[in-house]
Design a binder for this molecule. Sequence first.
Ligand SMILES: [Zn+2]
Length: 74
Amino acid sequence: MTIPAIFLAYVVLLLAALTGVGIYSEMRRRDFKPSPSEDRIFRCPDCGYVYTDDPDVDRSRCSQCGKLNEAIEF
Ligand SMILES: [Zn+2]
């Protein structure tokens, strides 16, 4: 093996590794897309504050003014 051949092989391997890392991170990024949250959404009619709470609560207290609010149903 000549020096240029070794150098070329090194560059090709490096590019292949970088491409692999790029594809891998792209796949990771796609997997990481925000999954639809199960949390309930509340909107306080008094102060207009929008917040979420656990899906098993029907009413949640507004953290801004303390008013109990019903969950928004879609
Ligand atoms: Zn409020």
